[in-house]
Ligand binder design. Sequence first.
Ligand code: ZN
Length: 109
Amino acid sequence: MLILRCPYCGNDVDETDLAPGGEAHIRRHGPGSTDAELTDYLFQRENPRGVHFERWRHAAGCGKWFHAARATDTLQVFGTYSAQTTEPPQEIRDAITKARPGWSWREFS
Ligand SMILES: [Zn+2]
């Protein structure tokens, strides 16, 4: 069972009280973007075996959206953080690097 700590209310919440929101840190394209950029935004998602950044909503609690960093292969959770960020906080990146040396943050397109 996946258990995530809601960064807003501080509760450890199991997945039955959460609603998934897909991949986090997706760059949105607006007017003036190319068809390829819009297609990527609408349809292309990462599906890694390893570190992944996801959006979750504390549906049965405070109702707020947040981001979670976890490993899809081991279900290890590296941390959760506010959804009002464009990239993971440094402490989350440090936790991932400590568990998985050689890992590095990359820009999502
Ligand atoms: Zn909450």
